[in-house]
Design a protein around this ligand. Structure first.
Ligand SMILES: [Zn+2]
Length: 461
């Protein structure tokens, strides 16, 4: 099937043509592991997971690399301020290595809860220091760098089309992260590739280099790792739009300066998850993470469903009401398919319509609409319907098979209440039966009285 992807680089939808037939090299900018990933961060990983699953379902073998930033990302994206890991460590009374280990595990657990497939390889920035130093040496040899009192900087004026990805000349460079001016920088867009360790205190993470003790600049790792595992030029580079003004132009500039080649053919960016029309960000205190969902009894998979209801290039407004509605929507799907028998034959008409939606720049809201249309189609026999829905879910990743199983699994205590209610009905004790139904509802189990007796379904996912 012809797959169209919106390429930020060419600023249009283009047919996807892999470099090597049947294979895809995919790179996703991973998290900085200093705190719990917020829902805005997680939106990106859900979107790129669907992209990967879709490409895979189209018969392409995807090699997916994701970095884990455990050093070098400073509190200001303009290479000033403290290292986010070192700062978090100080606050917690731990060292930066412990913080990194802890939050890498949190991130991996989050992906699992959201049913996001792990990449072919996770790479920690601190595991590639040797390669990063080598990369800086190449840039230095080619004359792209200059030294200041606090590090080695990349001279962006040496790249004629620097910032082509984001039309950076149109972005107000005085805004946000770049407001802090480093007087030694030649151009406002120049960025550090190697920072020197401060003289007044000892960092937890630092390494010797030809330029002195220090640590790599944040953007460097992605250039190095993508080259190490996917080659000089690979197929698709993904990330959030927050990377458009700084991180991606810098990564791209370094890679192209070092190799003289295009780093990736397709650059894809997902829009923000917004909170009351503002960006969801840690610094603004408007962030929520998976632990907040848990407190509100909202399943991470309901969040996944919520994310897929919007196109990835449209900003999505977060509210608890919208999330609860998504949870209800997902529960309704699960209830609808629970108890139906599963056949082998897939309905090609619906499946093709579903795939076609995704092949149009990953139109997940339309793909979900096709699933709903199939659910409502009484002409399709149960077995075929279920086989098709499960096939679709291999891409959507809502984990419907497990949710169905879960909705029919009860604890001993729950089984006991259900039995009591059955007895009450046999005894025609309607008051007690109603009371027990309310009690069950409170713990997330709905009972329905059918001609074959009571039918119980768990509705809290
Ligand atoms: Zn990156």
């Amino acid at each position: 099937m012809k797959i169209l992807l919106n390429n930020t680089l060419s600023k249009k939808k283009e047919e996807f043509r892999p470099i090597k037939k049947g294979q895809v090299g995919l790179y996703t900018c991973g998290p900085t592991v200093y705190s719990y990933p917020h829902l805005g961060n997680l939106r990106a990983y859900i979107v790129w997971d669907v992209l990967k699953r879709f490409l895979d379902s189209e018969g392409l073998k995807v090699k997916h690399i994701m970095n884990l930033t455990d050093v070098g990302h400073l509190t200001s994206d303009a290479d000033s301020g403290e290292d986010k890991l070192e700062k978090a460590a100080k606050k917690e009374g731990k060292n930066a290595w412990e913080i990194a280990d802890f939050f890498i595990q949190v991130f991996k657990d989050n992906l699992k809860e959201l049913n996001i497939l792990p990449p072919s390889k996770f790479v920690r920035a601190t595991k590639t220091i040797k390669e990063q130093i080598k990369f800086v040496q190449i840039l230095e040899k080619k004359g792209f760098l200059y030294q200041t009192s606090d590090g080695l900087y990349f001279d962006t004026s040496k790249i004629s089309d620097y910032g082509k990805l984001a039309n950076i000349q149109n972005i107000d460079l005085q805004e946000g992260a770049r407001v802090e001016k480093n007087k030694e920088k030649k151009n406002i867009t120049d960025f550090a590739v190697w920072k020197f360790s401060p003289l007044d205190f000892q960092r937890d993470m630092e390494w010797n280099s030809p330029w002195g003790k220090g640590f790599p600049g944040w953007h460097l790792e992605c250039s190095v790792m993508s080259q190490m595992y996917l080659g000089d030029t690979f197929d698709i580079h993904t990330g959030g739009v927050d990377h458009l003004p700084i991180h991606h132009p810098n990564e791209m500039a370094q890679s192209e300066a070092a190799t003289g080649k295009l780093q990736a053919h397709y650059w894809m960016h997902n829009e923000f998850l917004k909170f009351k029309d503002g960006k969801m960000s840690k610094s603004a205190g408007t962030t929520f993470d998976l632990t907040d969902l848990e407190k509100k009894n909202i399943s991470p998979l309901a969040f996944r469903y919520f994310v897929l209801q919007a196109h990835y290039r449209k900003s999505l407004n977060f509210s608890w009401e919208a999330l609860e509605a998504a949870q209800t929507g997902l529960v309704n799907i699960v209830r609808d398919i629970t108890g139906r028998k599963l056949g082998k034959k897939v309905n090609q008409k619906y499946l093709e319509k579903f795939q076609k939606s995704l092949s149009d720049d990953l139109n997940t809201p339309q793909a979900l609409a096709v699933l709903q249309e199939l659910l409502a189609d009484d002409q399709i026999e149960d077995g075929e319907k279920m086989a098709t829905i499960y096939k679709m879910d291999e891409i959507l990743g809502l984990d419907l098979k497990n949710l169905v199983k879960k909705s029919l699994t009860f604890s001993n205590e729950e089984k006991n209440l259900l039995k009591q209610r059955q007895v009450a009905r046999v005894n025609k004790d309607w008051n007690l039966s109603d009371q027990l139904r309310d009690q069950l509802k409170e713990i997330g189990i709905e009972v329905e009285d059918t001609k074959d007796g009571q039918k119980a379904t768990r509705v809290n996912l």
